[in-house]
Design a protein around this ligand. Structure first.
Ligand code: SF4
Length: 356
């Protein structure tokens, strides 16, 4: 299938309908209309795996704390991860930090201004590069994400996912053909907003949609089948047993999560992973617990659902007669200085009340 034959008239009709709809349904976002590439970059990275409503307060806090690329480059990774705490997909924060340092050190603080150089930045794929290039620099690159794919699949009646190269290429060509080359930022913002607010995955608001007279899915009652569903893999189930090793003064042992697994670089309590919910028979590696240290039942259990995994957490309190040696220990009321995965961050108050 080719879309090179879509006439300029048809493309114009599509754009006009889109602009009319978004003109009447404005979507407020703190980064909207932003031309500062640093802020555009940050907002796009944040939104890669995060809903707009969830991302907004993080964006505002992040910008207050690190107002420009120089401030971000100067910060430590611990400070950056702390600002990111709770947002998930922490590699995004590490890539932002690393790239900010690269921009300051190797690019004299100047943000890359061409699509190809933006695309070479860590953590930036074609979608994010197109968004930065068009919003910050007005370059004619069409965004193509899940929202845009859904709109185009329904409107043109294309029964294809973007899981394979041919499907992706087809939608890329179509998005490029439709892009308003004179106003790429306006077009990209409009189609993203329209996909997020009107042509939603479930129950799209077709009655208020200005594209419906030309929409294949609407006319043929195929909305439920377009776009075709992606095959999703079952989530991996994990069981993490955390040991809150505390001395009489309320100091607890912390460790840092390794690279190559979820939450790399974040802080946690010493842990043992098992295949099931049963309490582990072994003690966490690297923590010198006395052989007779009493470990009772879990005093707290919790669960965190990630995109590809479900982590069940079981928390055991281990009281020590003195402060463990050669360990990173922290007063329990200062744990909020450390970036932690959500499953641990939300029990900080509980431990503080229990041990202070
Ligand atoms: S008519 Fe419905 S399905 Fe078609 S583009 Fe509009 S909102 Fe989407």
């Amino acid at each position: 299938m080719t879309f090179s034959k879509i006439t300029e008239n048809r493309a114009n009709r599509f754009r006009r309908a889109l602009y009319s709809w978004t003109g009447e349904h404005p979507r407020e976002m703190p980064w909207k209309g932003e031309r500062d590439p640093y802020k555009v970059w940050l907002s796009e990275i944040m939104l890669q795996q995060t809903r707009v409503e969830q991302g907004m307060p993080y964006f505002n806090r992040f910008i207050r704390r690190f107002p420009d690329v120089q401030a971000l480059a100067k910060a430590s990774i611990k400070q950056v991860l702390k600002q990111w705490e709770g947002l998930g997909y922490y590699s995004r924060a590490r890539n932002l930090h690393e790239t900010a340092r690269w921009i300051v050190r190797s690019q004299a603080g100047r943000f890359p201004e061409e699509y190809s150089s933006i695309l070479r930045m860590k953590g930036v794929g074609p979608y994010t590069a197109a968004a930065i290039a068009s919003f910050a620099f007005g370059l004619p690159h069409a965004v193509l994400d899940g929202n845009v794919h859904r709109v185009l699949s329904r409107y043109f009646g294309i029964d294809q996912t973007m899981d394979h190269r041919a499907g992706k290429k087809l939608f890329e060509d179509l998005a490029d053909r439709l892009l308003d080359k004179e106003q790429p930022a306006r077009f990209n913002q409009a189609i993203m907003d329209f996909g997020a607010l009107c042509c939603t995955p479930k129950n799209p608001d077709c009655t208020s949609c200005y594209l419906r007279n030309q929409c294949f899915a609407f006319k043929l009652d195929r909305i439920g089948q377009l776009p075709p569903a992606k095959k999703s893999k079952p989530r991996r189930i994990r069981h993490f047993h955390y040991f809150i090793v505390a001395d009489p003064g309320g100091q607890v042992v912390l460790s840092r999560r390794p690279a190559g697994d979820v939450w790399p670089g974040l802080y946690e309590f010493p842990k043992v992973e098992t295949d099931g919910p049963q309490a582990p028979k072994v003690r966490p590696a690297g923590v010198d617990l006395p052989p007779r240290a009493k470990i009772g039942k879990a005093v707290l259990t919790d669960k965190q659902v990630l995109s590809h995994q479900v982590v069940h957490g079981y928390f055991y309190l281990v009281r020590m007669p003195e402060t463990p040696k050669n360990q990173l220990t922290q007063p329990v009321d200062k744990l909020n200085r450390f970036p932690m995965p959500g499953i641990l961050a939300r029990s900080r108050k509980f431990w503080k009340e229990l041990l202070s």
